[in-house]
Design a protein around this ligand. Sequence first.
Ligand code: UGA
Ligand code: MN
Length: 242
Amino acid sequence: PVIYAITPTYTRTVQKAELTRLANTFRQVPNFHWIVVEDSYTITDLVSSFLSTSGVQHTHLHVSTLLRYKRPRQPRGTEQRNAALRSLRLLRSRNDSGVVFFADDDNTYSLELFEEMRSTRRVSVWPVGLTGGRLYERPLVEKGRVVGWYTGWEAGRLFPIDMAGFAINLQVLLENPQAVFKRQGSKPGMQETDFLKQITRMEDLEPKASNCTRVLVWHTRTEKVNLGNEPKKQLDSVVIEV
Ligand code: UGA
Ligand code: MN
């Protein structure tokens, strides 16, 4: 199966650096398709030219988050992930074999993760490092089945798991065309659980990464860059894209 990785991304000082780190990983994954969805009114030149030389098979989309949702404590990447799901549902059919994964642009992905998720029959799960205020969060597994969760945050959630902690067989998304990311009533941190409950039950989850005992993805977050010494007017004689 092809792995479809869906990445919402937005314009900011670290964007090209983040995308470069991702491309350096994804380029090494066989049978991989990157769906990059910009949070913008149009696709940008920076991302277009980046993707065209990235060496990664890709689809480039855009959808702008409404200004009223561009606030702290609002879910991020919601409309972007839904745009990617819409495109997959339009362009893929019962004959296509694929696994869909949500790959935020700031996380860190091991190559092994992709080989683990490739065998996803319905919905698979695994640990995520550096999240939930803990070194890791993970599904608890007994006799090959998920029976609960080791989580540091909002343990009452039905699926207390980060976006980077699961993958879905493409056919499950085609069979459940109504399953989308919800904004209404969805606080940050509730998107994953609100989405997963539309397509699966805990007892049906497929544990990966040695029964969820290995961390193969990290919820890293990039520090905001200090631009305190940027000159007020252009001092360099050429314009450099960063
Ligand atoms: C956590 C989860 O890991 C995210 O998957 C989830 O979307 C997010 O919470 C949430 O609260 O909605 P966090 O590191 O806080 O992650 O979120 P970001 O990495 O800042 O954003 C998630 C994705 O959305 C990133 O790929 C980012 O580039 C994108 N994004 C963020 C946009 O497209 N537009 C924005 O305005 C902000
Ligand atoms: Mn993040």
